[in-house]
Ligand binder design. Sequence first.
Ligand code: AKG
Ligand code: FE2
Length: 369
Amino acid sequence: MCDQVAKTPKHHVVDYRTIAKDAPPEVRKEALKAVDDALRSHGFFYLSHHSVPPPLLAAAFDWMKKFFALPHEVKSLARRSKDPFDPRGYTIVGDAVLDQEHQPHTLGELAEARAKAPVEQRETLELGCPHATNQSPNKLLPEEIFPGFAGWLDEWWDTTMRLQLSLMECFDEILLGENASSGEGLVSQQDLDQSYSNMSLIHYHNMAISDIKNGTASRCNAHTDSSQLTLLFQDDVGGLEVLDQSTPNGQAKFVPVPPVPGMMIVQLGDMLEKQSNGRWRSALHRVTAPSSKRDSVHATTPSAGTEGTLQDRYSVAVFVYPQFDTVIKPLPGCSDKGPWNSFDWGSVQTAGEWWRKRIELEFGKYASS
Ligand SMILES: O=C(O)CCC(=O)C(=O)O
Ligand SMILES: [Fe+2]
């Protein structure tokens, strides 16, 4: 195990090679048990030796740096529309708001939390399935302004979708057991040609640590993802944290999920919490100043060189959704109620309805501005 993860011993690390279909059955069985344990206790795990080729991943970070460094007027050619349900395009600080630090149980409580949340200092490029014809197309800059990006996106999209599908196959085996191939599992809810999955390329602006400390601004407020599953790739800046409820005295606290070279993060979202009947946990997570900097009186960052400044941070989050007409209810094999229950879903039944509720809360303020 890598040293950086060893310092945070509670975090689970899964080696992708051990859950791949061609792994020896005994190895795979053990590894799937480790996946189950991780999702039961923390709702996320590190995935090492994953199938995203390093050059494709490095290109993701290069593209982000290039895109976000463009002048505002140019980026604005790809601006997200004000219709909350037209989710593609470039967003700026203040368009979206996340916040459920105090674990609201209803969508009403979530809306209240969001109304009071500090402003997240981030800009994003929101993208969806490049070849889907059933939803708004991606808002890309013209090829002559940003040559090569569309080609990278196609390859990235297909690679990450194949990866998520192989994780879904593992989840079906864990949750449905012998009935994994019955056509009632998670894989059957996916249509990769017309996928509703989406992703954010994210740039966190450099900012004063004092703004985080005094609560006037933030990087990414605490939230769960509304997806089934999120694939998260972060740069080496740090600051990602997840709520750990497994402490011996029962006191939940946010713990760092530091970047580890070569590893990505697999995180569970609201839909799979419900589909697993609360056996697995939708991870409550946030991005803040890395704890070593936050706790220091004279925090410095070597690259920024400025006292009390947090350097820019980049990440990619791929949010995996089933087809939007999927009814989100416990899967066969998940009749036993587990401990996690992040939300009262009220009358919401389908994946599309849940997405609409959550996206409205996230982007509603921008739409009305
Ligand atoms: O930037 C990160 O590491 C996390 C981003 C995130 O949680 C989100 O956009 O939902
Ligand atoms: Fe998230």
